[in-house]
Design a protein around this ligand. Structure first.
Ligand code: BTN
Length: 331
């Protein structure tokens, strides 16, 4: 354990600890202690200093900073190479795109406390206030054709769902293509962006937004009746750092399966959590509406819909509304 880690562990263990005790326990000079304190502050830790009492770490429940994310991160690649932690950025996806285009390797993670222009699907905005949500992007470089990219979104939705379930025991459902819902309300959005060269994928930007500790009444009016958060559903704050680690761990597991060509195993998990299979739905495909029963999602991530005449249609993208839920709500 490095001296800085020992100092941090000591600060985490108690309230105030004097410089004298620290010099004795860590066997380093007061000047060296002060230098480590300055470094820890630079990393984002809030440490109070008093001539009389010594040093005291402000106990923050959920510091979204690199050393906290790294501590015990159970992955081999994802988040192990580089973690970029930002106080605020326009969009972690936009930030990641610049890094990836610059040759940044697979597995690099970009996390932000807040986004000023968080991006959602179809040009929408993603509500990204500071302190309560989790907004992150992972850069992947799979050797796939562009048509296979939708599979990664399905993979990610399974990974995030499992991570949330592990931490909260909530029952999450996946609404094709990329929404995670609790009780019919959206809690997670996933935005996958790909960069291609010729007929091959150069890199994939996978952005995830999770409504973690938003309170009731804190969502903007246009999404207030459709959005929820883990806090609202559990009544308890959820650690964003722990959730991020769990997402990366589950993602790495599923990404291994994906690379081994075992996408069918991921789809089995996806179907178990699907909110739409077997249900009457409506899909809005930029102005064109399709109605029918969702039969399946195939290996390319395409939704198979059976219309009223029994014809099967392949839907490549769109916004799904569960028709039976809308009917129940309007009664
Ligand atoms: C959607 O459901 O419309 C997708 C929302 C994706 C939001 C996340 S937040 C982190 C990453 N950065 C962005 O700008 N968007 C994604």
């Amino acid at each position: 354990m490095s001296t800085r880690s020992q100092l941090l562990a000591r600060l985490k263990a108690g309230d105030w600890v004097s410089g004298q005790v620290l010099t004795y326990q860590l066997a380093i000079s007061r000047t060296a202690i002060w230098k480590h304190i300055c470094k820890l502050r630079e990393e984002g830790y809030i440490i109070e200093a008093s001539r009389k009492k010594g040093y005291c770490l402000k106990k923050a429940f959920d510091l979204l900073i690199e050393p906290e994310i790294r501590e015990g991160l159970p992955t081999a690649v994802l988040g192990q190479r580089q973690i970029v932690c930002l106080k605020e950025t326009a969009s972690t996806n936009a930030y990641a795109k610049v890094l990836a285009a610059d040759g940044t390797p697979e597995g690099v993670l970009i996390v932000a406390e807040a986004q000023s222009r968080g991006r959602g699907r179809r040009g929408r905005e993603w509500f990204s206030p500071p302190g309560t949500g989790l907004y992150f992007t992972v850069i992947l470089k799979p050797q796939i054709r562009p048509t296979e990219a939708p599979r990664l979104t399905l993979m990610m939705s399974v990974a995030v769902t499992e991570a949330i379930e592990r931490l909260t025991a909530l029952d999450c459902r996946i609404k094709w293509p990329n929404d995670i819902l609790i009780g019919g309300k959206k809690v997670v959005g996933i935005l996958t962006e790909i960069h291609t060269e010729m007929d091959a994928v150069d890199f994939v930007i996978m952005g995830i937004g999770i409504n973690v500790n938003m309170r009731q009444g804190s969502f903007p009016p246009d999404i207030a009746d459709r959005a929820t958060s883990l806090f609202i559903e559990t009544g308890k704050p959820v650690s964003r750092v722990a959730l991020l680690r769990a997402c990366l761990e589950r993602l790495e597991g599923h990404y291994e399966l994906f690379k081994e060509g075992r996408f069918d195993a991921i789809m089995t998990c996806w179907r178990e959590r699907s909110d739409i299979i077997g249900r009457e739905i409506e899909v809005d495909m930029i102005g064109r509406r399709h109605r029918g029963v969702a039969v399946d999602v195939d290996a390319d991530g395409v939704l198979i819909l059976k219309d009223a005449e029994g014809r099967l249609q392949r839907i490549f993208s769109g916004d799904v509304v569960i028709a039976d839920r809308t009917q129940a709500e309007s009664k």
